[in-house]
Every structure is written in structure tokens, then in C-alpha cells.
Design a protein around this ligand. Structure first.
Ligand SMILES: NC(=O)C1=CN([C@@H]2O[C@H](COP(=O)(O)OP(=O)(O)OC[C@H]3O[C@@H](n4cnc5c(N)ncnc54)[C@H](O)[C@@H]3O)[C@@H](O)[C@H]2O)[C@@H](O)CC1
Ligand SMILES: Nc1ncnc2c1ncn2[C@@H]1O[C@H](COP(=O)(O)OP(=O)(O)O)[C@@H](O)[C@H]1O
Length: 598
């Protein structure tokens, strides 16, 4: 049996795909569970109990990590923590912030259970009229689960204060809070909003989230979010006005939410721990999170360059005497080559041929504007990648239409990026026949389109905000409108491939913010084209999601010290700031080697 290389890094270690769900799907799972006759309050108790165990464990880990970090410099040995604090048995402190929904209910029960476990707990209520709630004596059987939880905690003696009415906390302005009035705690628990958040937190809620973050930071506390960090929309990954709880750990209930892994999500969730609670009754997930690329087979011994395809990169133009965009084509070509494509030709402006051959002597060049020669080459190529630095003027537009049409006539794989997407959007607005032809063509042939949110907005005639507010809906709409296979780029890139007959959206769980630099998209289009060209690979191995994963993993190799140490390849380490697209081909080659099965 084939095994992965010994030095296969944690970065590229095969990890199981994780199904991601929308809030509505999670509510549906809950309802299906209750329909079996299970009790909703019992489920909340079960959730809170399990979260309490995690919190106790996480707090212990943090406490011991801190103790071990305290070293007596005279002896070099670790210091006895109890001596420093002058007590033998520490009493952990928790500040638990609860909202008025069921997420708040979870918070109340966690407070109750932590108190039973000997913790000192203070609950901070947000937007909750506690007096009128507790005035209700609890005899009514119509009490909501959240109120039942609150009654239980209050009856058990959990102390609380209202964020609105709490003296210096009343204003919600951290600057107004004296240090003495800060809730002092080693653990801050966020149970203000869960999956029910459906609009921007304003007023008291906004102030509470802001104050929570500041207080937790001032306490150097461990921040645990219940289900979803408050302020983050679980179904979309959107954070309104850049304000959400900044969690160290998110305890994700029932099923993993889509919004934790795309757009703003990753900036707020910290580590995500699953608490499944009930069986997943919704069979089709909203998306699937992928963190590792498929392993590749070693090449057949008796093969030659023709066995691994010919990529034609069409771009790198110079418009109206400008400095031009030759770099885009060069980056794309060198990335395609780094994936192992057999041959590369670049159709770019003649002004860049010298530069291209200097940086990539392996490539062949042709004049972008020499239409007859380019058309002939398209016939020979296995895949064309068009648009990177192509330019947006009318000449570039007519070249785009001409070359895409020739590629379709000859049944080629097509990758469209950057200015190519700009032209496609404008052709759609003109009701140009190419758009419907391409849609038809993509039913039988692979056509990959790779917009970022700005390009997707243009293609969908929406504003960027609308696309960003629901990226899942945007990629689906791109597919419906244009056909083909799509990547919606950005943090947690989304991939939707029709060619694999799986209407599944994939979320790319690798990559990093160091990749937010010019030219990274050109690199991706090269990786996609390079893999597509290699027909010896199986469909999944040269799929669009595979290309996106290899691209993200290459970015991680360049910044991730741990993985680089594991791979003993320190030369590749750069770090997020200063990472350049031109650093990527070497890292792509490295990832290709790591994922190749022996
Ligand atoms: N019912 C149950 O049995 C269980 C519920 N669970 C918890 O319940 C949570 C979901 O509870 P809910 O559906 O009550 O939702 P939330 O607790 O997230 O709160 C929703 C409430 O907040 C309001 N709201 C939304 N956005 C707002 C904003 N910006 N400003 C002010 N108010 C806003 C909504 O209108 C609604 O009244 C889950 O995230 C999970 O923590 C878990 O305990 C699992 C079991
Ligand atoms: N914060 C980030 N996290 C992960 N990947 C990112 C991040 N920012 C950018 N990327 C990736 O880098 C690439 C940038 O592409 P793009 O915006 O088209 O750049 P350009 O147009 O300059 O070539 C995309 O693949 C995107 O997913």
C-alpha cells in the first residue's frame, strides 16, 4: 500500500472534511430532535454541562501553562505557583455575559454548573430585564428555556449584574470603567448571541460586546464563546461594523457553522471545539471544510513532457503606453510550471518577452496581439488561462472574445481570471452570445472562473457589500448565471464545481492573510491551469478545490514556522508581512512534493 512521505508536515496531513451548516439547518436539526419527543430544556442542560467541562479543562490548561512559564531564574526550576499566590487551592473566577435568547440560557446554566463546581461566578446580563423576568415565579409551564435557565441559576445563588444598570458599566464605555469595577475573572464566557443574531448589534448590545472584549483583554482572560462569538453571523461569516467577541475558543453546538470558517469568521472564533449533542438529521450540508489536498501518484516512468499537458497563459498586456501587467502572466506561468505541467507558453505583450524569458526560461513566448499565431497555439494547448493582466480596453475585450471562442471550438479547458472576468461581466451586460455559449460549453467541458468579491459583484451586478454579506449565495448565483466551476476567493475561499457533479460548496481551510498581496490570484490561476493540464492525474487530483488547497498550503508553508520546521525547509520561511506572489512557485513545488505518494 502506498504511504505518504515520512516528512509529511502537519500542514498537509490528511484531515477529514468537516460538514458546515447554516443556522437554519441547525434549527431544523433541533426541531427534528424535539419532534422525536426529546425535551428542549434537557438539551440545553446537556449543552451547558458539556461546555462547563470544557471550560474547566481549558482553564486548567491555561493555569498550568502559566505556572510552568514561571521560572525561578536563580535555580532554573519552575516556581511553585501556590507560593506566589499565597494559597494552596485557587478559586477560579468566571465572568459570564448572557443575552436574552437561548444562547443566554446556555450561559446561565454554565454559571450554575461552574458555581456548583466551586467557581466564583458573576453573570453580566445584556439587554435583559432581569427584575421583571425573576418576578415571574417560575410556576408557568410556558416559560422559555432561557428564563428557566435563569431562574435555576438565580435560585442557586449565582450573582449577577445588569450591563445597563451597573453603575460605571452602565455607559458601556470602557474608558469610564474604573479598574476596580471591571469584572475580574480568569475566564470570560460570551453567551450574548448565538445563531439567532440576525442584524447588527446596536445600542446596549454593541456597547456590551465592545466592553466585553476590552475587559477580557485587561484581565488577560481566556475567552470562551458559546456556540458562535457574539456579533458574528453564523450562516455567513459576516461581522457587522468590525465588532464581535474576540474568542480564544468557540464551543460549537450541534453542528459546525459555515460562518466560522469564511470571511470574518476566522478572525473571531479562535479554536473551534465541537459539541455534537444530537445526530445530524440534515443530510445535505451547506458546505464542506477541506484542509488537505488529495495525495498524488508518482509519475509513470515511461513518460515525456507531452504526457503532462501544455498550458497557454494569455495575459500580460501593455495598454496605451502604460507600464503594463507583464508580471501577472509571469506569475501565472511560473506557478503552472511549479505544479508540474509539461509545457508552458505565454501569450503576452512583446515588451515582456525578455523579462519573461529571464525569469522563466522554461516557458515559450508568443505575441498576445498576433491573433493567428495565438489561435494556432490554442489548438495545440490542453488548457488556456486567460485574463491575468490582459487589460480592460476594447482591444483586450475583442482578444478575449476571440480566444475564448477558439478555445471552445477546440474543446479546451478554460480558466478565466482577473480582466477576463471583467470582460465577461461586460459581455453579460451587453447580452453578448459568448456568455450563453460559455454556459452551454461548461456543461461538458471544464471552465474555471476565479473572482474575488469585487469581481463577483461586477459579474452579478451587485455591490461588493451584498456579495460579502452572503458569499455562499453569491457563488451559487455565479454558477447559475454563467455555468462553470467557481472559486470565490478570499479568507476561506469558496469552491463550487459542477463538473464533478457534486453541487457541494467547499470551503478552503488553509491559506493565510500573508496571501493578501498583489499577484496571488495570478498564482492561483496558474496552479489551476497547471493541474488541469496533467491528464495523468485523476479528476479529484486536478480539481478546482485541489488547486485552491495547494495554493493555500503553499502560502502556509511560507509563513508557518511549525510546518517548515517539520519539513526541515527553513529556506522557504518568510512570514506574513513581506510575503510576495513571486515566493509562491517554490512553495508550490514543495507542497507538490509533500503530497506525492511514494
Ligand atoms: N433550545 C435549545 O434547546 C438549545 C439552544 N441552544 C442555544 O441556543 C442558541 C440559539 O438561541 P436563540 O434562537 O434564542 O438565539 P440567540 O440566543 O442567538 O438570540 C436570539 C434573540 O436575539 C435577537 N437578536 C438577534 N440579533 C439581534 C441584535 N443585533 N440585537 C438585539 N437582538 C437581536 C433575536 O430576535 C432573538 O430574540 C444557540 O446558538 C445555542 O447557543 C443550545 O443550547 C442547544 C440547545
Ligand atoms: N486573508 C487571506 N486568507 C487566505 N487567503 C487569502 C487571503 N487574502 C487573499 N488570499 C488568497 O490570495 C489570492 C488573492 O487573489 P486576488 O485577490 O485575485 O489577487 P490578485 O488580483 O492581486 O492576483 C486568492 O486566492 C485569495 O483566496
Amino acid at each position: 500500500m502506498q504511504t505518504l512521505r515520512q516528512n509529511y508536515s502537519p500542514l498537509t496531513q490528511a484531515s477529514m472534511p468537516i460538514a458546515l451548516y447554516s443556522s437554519q439547518q441547525v434549527y431544523a436539526m433541533e426541531q427534528a430532535w424535539f419532534a422525536y419527543g426529546y425535551d428542549s430544556f434537557a438539551l440545553m442542560q446537556q449543552a451547558a454541562w458539556q461546555m462547563t467541562q470544557h471550560i474547566i479543562q481549558l482553564d486548567n490548561q491555561k493555569y498550568h501553562a502559566r505556572s510552568n512559564a514561571l521560572v525561578d531564574f536563580s535555580t532554573g526550576s519552575s516556581v511553585n505557583h501556590n507560593k506566589i499566590y499565597g494559597h494552596h487551592c485557587r478559586q477560579p473566577l468566571a465572568s459570564i455575559w448572557v443575552g436574552h435568547g437561548n444562547n443566554g440560557g446556555d450561559g446561565w446554566l454554565i454559571a450554575h454548573y461552574l458555581q456548583q463546581a466551586g467557581w466564583q461566578v458573576k453573570v453580566m446580563t445584556v439587554g435583559l430585564d432581569i427584575d421583571s423576568d425573576t418576578a415571574n415565579d417560575g410556576s408557568s409551564h410556558t416559560l422559555s428555556d432561557a428564563i428557566k435557565a435563569q431562574h435555576l441559576a438565580v435560585a442557586a445563588g449565582c450573582s449577577y449584574q445588569c450591563f445597563e444598570h451597573s453603575g460605571s458599566i452602565h455607559s458601556g464605555q470602557y474608558s469610564d470603567i474604573s479598574r476596580a469595577s471591571l469584572p475580574v475573572a480568569g475566564v470570560y464566557v460570551d453567551a450574548i448571541f448565538g445563531i439567532g443574531l440576525d442584524r447588527a448589534p446596536t445600542g446596549i448590545y454593541k456597547q456590551a460586546i465592545d466592553t466585553f472584549n476590552k475587559c477580557a483583554k485587561a484581565n488577560a482572560a481566556l475567552v470562551v464563546a458559546v456556540d458562535v462569538p457574539s456579533g458574528l453571523v453564523a450562516s455567513t461569516g459576516q461581522v457587522f461594523d468590525c465588532l464581535a467577541i474576540q474568542a480564544d475558543v468557540t464551543l460549537c453546538l450541534i453542528a459546525r457553522k459555515f460562518g466560522l470558517h469564511t470571511k470574518d469568521g476566522m478572525d473571531y472564533t479562535g479554536d473551534v471545539l465541537d459539541i455534537p449533542l444530537i445526530p445530524h438529521t440534515v443530510t445535505e450540508s451547506a458546505a464542506t471544510l477541506l484542509k488537505s489536498a488529495h495525495g498524488l501518484f508518482a509519475r509513470q516512468k515511461n513518460s515525456y513532457k507531452g504526457s503532462y499537458g501544455h498550458v497557454l497563459i494569455i495575459g500580460g498586456n501593455r495598454v496605451d503606453g502604460s507600464q503594463g501587467m507583464g508580471g501577472a502572466a509571469i506569475l501565472s506561468a511560473s506557478s503552472a510550471m511549479a505544479t508540474g505541467a509539461g509545457k508552458i507558453t505565454v501569450a503576452c505583450h512583446q515588451a515582456f518577452h525578455g523579462a519573461l524569458l529571464t525569469s522563466l526560461p522554461d516557458a515559450m513566448t508568443i505575441d498576445l496581439h498576433d491573433q493567428d499565431s495565438v489561435k494556432n497555439l490554442i489548438k495545440e494547448a490542453s488548457v488556456i488561462a486567460i485574463g491575468m493582466g490582459l487589460g480592460r480596453d476594447d482591444t483586450a475585450k475583442s482578444l478575449f472574445v476571440c480566444y475564448v471562442q477558439v478555445a471552445m471550438t477546440h474543446g479546451k479547458f478554460i480558466v478565466i481570471d482577473a480582466d477576463g472576468l471583467y470582460h465577461l461581466a461586460s459581455l453579460q451586460a451587453d447580452k453578448h452570445e459568448l456568455v450563453t455559449q460559455l454556459q452551454e460549453y461548461s456543461r461538458e467541458h471544464q471552465v474555471c472562473l476565479t473572482p474575488h468579491s469585487g469581481e463577483a459583484a461586477k459579474l452579478l451586478e451587485q455591490d461588493i457589500k451584498t456579495v460579502e454579506s452572503d458569499r455562499l449565495a453569491a457563488i451559487k448565483q455565479c454558477t447559475t448565471t454563467y455555468g462553470g466551476d467557481w472559486v470565490l476567493k478570499g479568507a476561506g475561499s469558496l469552491v463550487l464545481e459542477q463538473i464533478l457533479k457534486q453541487k457541494q460548496v467547499y470551503v478552503c481551510g488553509v491559506g493565510n492573510a500573508g496571501m493578501a498581496t498583489a499577484g496571488m490570484g495570478d498564482v492561483l490561476s496558474g496552479v489551476i491551469a497547471g493541474l488541469l493540464a496533467q491528464q495523468d492525474l485523476e479528476e479529484e487530483q486536478r480539481s478546482l478545490h485541489q488547486a485552491v488547497l495547494i495554493h493555500g498550503q503553499a502560502g502556509d508553508v511560507l509563513v508557518n514556522k511549525e510546518s517548515v520546521a517539520a519539513n526541515r525547509n527553513h529556506q522557504l520561511l518568510i512570514g506574513q508581512r513581506g510575503l510576495q506572489a513571486q515566493d509562491m512557485p517554490a512553495a508550490i513545488r514543495h507542497v507538490m512534493q509533500l503530497i506525492t505518494l511514494e
